[in-house]
Write a protein that binds this ligand. Structure first.
Ligand SMILES: [Mg+2]
Length: 207
């Protein structure tokens, strides 16, 4: 570590490993929380066999992709920092997710994750916008024309901190509880039932 610089490097992971040059044109992205938004929240999911997609998710992601949105997951995986499961176990779950979406033609451009527990220093842990800025720089994403979708206030804040067009709260996962308990923190968030409804809403916005 260089003296005086940051001691904690931004941790990035790209899955699947299908490198592509960043587009010269700014592209739009939908940033997605994983647990409770794409798949059923199983409380520190670490077993690929337990991965269960929320109904309609694959088709919704395909619609967004077909409309030109990059699909980027941004996930807090504090279970690693807490010692509940290993980083490799998380990768296995992610590989399973990629595998289940592949037959539908869905391609996740990047999965950014924060392995730190809440009390550990972290650059990327939501609500930090660091990974969205990374996507802007690495993939050429135009954040102001992009969206963030998740089931917790930290997801919404992550999007706002990065300056996305809108953050959307889904009522799956912790979303319904979030809507009831944190109504004062929802701000300009768009509240929808689930990811398919979120996709529908996004696709009706002007490009
Ligand atoms: Mg979640």
């Amino acid at each position: 570590m260089s003296g005086g610089g940051t001691c904690f490097k931004l941790r990035l992971v790209a899955e699947p490993a299908q490198p592509e040059l960043p587009s010269s044109e700014p592209v739009r992205a939908v940033f997605l929380d994983r647990d409770g938004t794409i798949n059923v929240d199983k409380h520190y999911l670490s077993d690929p066999a337990q991965l269960e997609l929320i109904p309609g998710t694959g088709a919704a992601l395909k619609r967004l992709q077909d409309a030109g949105f990059l699909l980027v997951i941004v996930t807090n995986q504090s279970g690693i920092g807490r010692g509940y499961y290993t980083e490799e176990a998380m990768h296995a779950v992610n590989r399973r997710l990629i595998m289940e979406l592949a037959p539908l033609g869905v391609r996740l451009r990047k999965i950014y994750y924060s392995p730190e527990a809440p009390e550990q220093p972290s650059v990327g842990r939501k609500p930090s916008p660091a990974f969205l800025f990374a996507a802007r720089d690495e993939l050429g994403v135009d954040l102001a024309r992009s969206y963030m979708v998740g089931d917790k206030v930290i997801d919404l804040e992550c999007g706002w901190n990065a300056g996305v067009c809108r953050s959307l709260l889904v009522r799956t996962g912790y979303g319904r509880e979030t809507e009831q308990k944190h109504a004062d923190k929802l701000g300009r968030a768009v509240v929808v039932d689930d990811l398919p409804t979120a996709a529908e809403w996004i696709l009706h916005q002007p490009a």
